[in-house]
Design a binder for this molecule. Structure first.
Ligand code: DX5
Ligand code: ZN
Length: 216
């Protein structure tokens, strides 16, 4: 089971003054996806990066760019994120816009699409989109900041999502507060993509920590 697990370092905790080098180092350390957190200071109380930054780091790695859009409105920006080099675009279930329209656009551009749910959002809400998506992203912190404490009451939700996904080929990705102590629980609950920011970036040896997160 662990060998099928993908590790998606969140660059939110990277050293932004040398972002290109950080991406290259992650790539060489054997990660699977590069998780990119986009925040708008409206849907979440923090501001991060936009499509131009993604474009500028695209050449530093061929790995899948897993772009987590914590923005609302989102629809008018999808084109820019895709043109910048996103491979997977994940939008939030809680946005005010029509989600089907966003999904249809992302798919029309031949990119993968994910739906993210915040800690208080019911797992069943993904059923509205389940046959159109490639990934479900389950937040295990309130979105907005790296380095927060893992909400262990979300483990049950991972189990439920796994059950709802059934035989469909859909990544179950978990994001927020994951470390070497809780990663096994997250995988055992059914997650196959592990996002990790501060746990990876507070070490110097990215290869070692990525391998540990994968094999725990
Ligand atoms: C939170 C972001 C996460 C976060 C993960 O809103 O979506 O990707 O940066 O960072 P850690 O692993 O430090 O919780
Ligand atoms: Zn994220």
């Amino acid at each position: 089971m662990s060998s099928n697990v993908k590790i998606a370092p969140s660059i939110l905790s990277a050293n932004f003054s040398i972002l290109g080098e950080e991406i290259k180092k992650l790539d060489e350390s054997g990660c699977d996806y590069i998780h990119i957190d986009v925040m708008d200071g409206h849907f979440v109380p923090n501001l991060t990066i936009g499509p131009d930054v993604i474009k500028s780091i695209r050449n530093y790695s061929n790995k899948t760019f897993d772009v987590h859009l914590m923005i609302d409105p989102v629809k008018k920006y999808l084109k820019d994120f895709i043109n910048a080099g996103a491979d997977i675009i994940t939008i939030h279930q809680e946005i005010s816009e029509n989600i089907d329209d966003c999904i249809d656009y992302i798919k029309s551009r031949q990119k993968k699409v994910g739906i993210c749910i915040k800690p208080k959002t019911m797992p069943e809400t993904i059923m509205n989109f389940i046959d159109k998506i490639d990934l479900v992203l389950i937040m295990t912190v309130e979105p907005g900041f790296g380095g927060q404490k893992f909400m262990s009451n979300q483990i049950e939700k991972i189990v439920k999502i796994k059950e709802l996904v059934g035989d469909r080929v859909i990544d179950i990705e978990v994001d927020g507060g994951i470390n070497l102590e809780n990663v096994k629980k997250v995988k055992d609950a059914g997650a196959n993509v592990i996002v990790s920011g501060s746990t990876i970036f507070k070490t110097n040896d990215y290869k070692k920590i990525i391998n540990e997160l994968r094999t725990k």
